[in-house]
Design a binder for this molecule. Structure first.
Ligand SMILES: NC(=O)c1ccc[n+]([C@@H]2O[C@H](COP(=O)([O-])OP(=O)(O)OC[C@H]3O[C@@H](n4cnc5c(N)ncnc54)[C@H](OP(=O)(O)O)[C@@H]3O)[C@@H](O)[C@H]2O)c1
Length: 305
């Protein structure tokens, strides 16, 4: 098969040797040619997508595909697969657990106290005293849920279709969202960015959470209405926010988020694609195409993810 690697961001030298080893029968190249069977893309050079109308598969090198879907030149007749990379899934759960524990163990407050050389112990809670509510129980949300359950937290998840995840309470629909938020101490956003999920963390949804909780946004910046989040932190309704993703990235120097004492910022680093684990998933999809079988992790163009 002829496999095009097209990305302005992912360095080919990190991927091509691993791909060549996993797919020894195939031809891999980085400059477009007419006979592409499979295109591996992440922010491809302008004009690439429009030329892929005869490909058998467009395989994203990233888990989020909203930028590809927003590109009018994406050929709608070609199957598009998201990447589901076990290394990235593990990394995301580590980040979610780190932030959830930071809030639960009040580490963010001890860091503040250290600046003032202040020795004061806060009340201790059991993990089972706290509910972590996860927006999106897909590949990332479900893995984080399982690991949070393993630590003893109460876990609730909100998804489009109800889920049966042992140990987690499943919610869906608008009423389900409200019901989940009312018991959620730590709200984790792991939704794809679609017209239905944009702005979902806002004054109204935050106000339903019990006072003193935290928001962890590791999905996409526009899920959160930043002025509403800052107002909730300033009023003390929210104790802390952990933000990895922003409307504009890199986050502009002038953003009030940088210097807000209630905000922990990471530079879109919650989970990075890990070629060492991603290549096996890509090779499995190429084999599906070779055998004429439907690829894994197909994007639903209607649903937008
Ligand atoms: N910060 C980072 O470093 C980073 C890294 C990787 C990914 N991400 C982000 O994480 C997102 C999630 O990834 P994933 O692989 O877990 O996606 P996924 O497997 O497609 O799961 C998405 C989840 O969201 C739910 N959902 C979608 N639209 C909804 C709606 N309107 N109402 C309620 N639930 C809705 C889905 O419900 P159903 O189960 O019913 O379909 C599913 O449970 C990606 O889209 C990407 O933006 C961020």
């Amino acid at each position: 098969m002829n496999i095009l690697f097209a990305s302005q961001i992912e360095p080919p030298e990190r991927w091509l040797p691993l791909l060549e080893r996993a797919l020894p029968e195939d031809r891999l190249f980085t400059n477009f040619r007419e006979d592409v069977d499979v295109a591996l893309v992440a922010s491809p050079p302008p004009g690439t997508l429009a030329k892929l109308g005869r490909a058998k598969l467009i395989q994203s090198l990233w888990m989020g595909v909203e930028k590809l879907l927003a590109d009018p030149s994406l050929p709608r007749g070609v199957p598009l697969s998201r990447l589901v990379d076990p290394g990235m899934v593990a990394a995301m759960s580590e980040t979610v657990l780190a932030h959830a524990l930071d809030w639960h163990r009040r580490l963010y407050r001890y860091r503040e106290q250290q600046e003032e050389a202040r020795w004061h112990r806060f009340r201790q809670y059991l993990a089972s005293d706290h509910t972590i509510g996860i927006l999106g129980l897909g590949e990332l949300g479900a893995d984080a849920a399982r690991k949070l359950i393993g630590l003893g937290f109460k876990v609730a998840g909100w998804s489009r279709r109800p889920k049966a995840l042992p140990g987690a309470e499943s919610f869906s629909g608008e009423k389900g969202l409200g019901d989940m938020l009312r018991k959620t101490h730590v709200l984790v956003c792991l939704l794809p960015l679609t017209d239905k999920t944009q702005g979902i963390v806002n004054a109204k949804t935050i106000s339903l959470m019990p006072k003193g909780g935290a928001v962890i946004n590791v999905a996409r910046g526009p899920h959160v209405v930043v002025p509403d989040l800052i107002a909730a932190l300033d009023s003390g309704h929210l104790a802390h926010a952990y933000l990895d993703v922003f409307d504009t990235e890199p986050l502009p120097e002038a953003s009030p988020l940088w210097r807000h004492p209630g905000v922990t910022i990471t530079p879109h680093a919650a989970a990075l694609t890990e070629p060492r684990t991603a290549v096996a998933a890509i090779a499995a999809n190429v084999e599906r195409v070779r055998r004429g079988e439907p690829p894994f992790n197909l994007v639903d163009f209607e649903a937008g993810y």
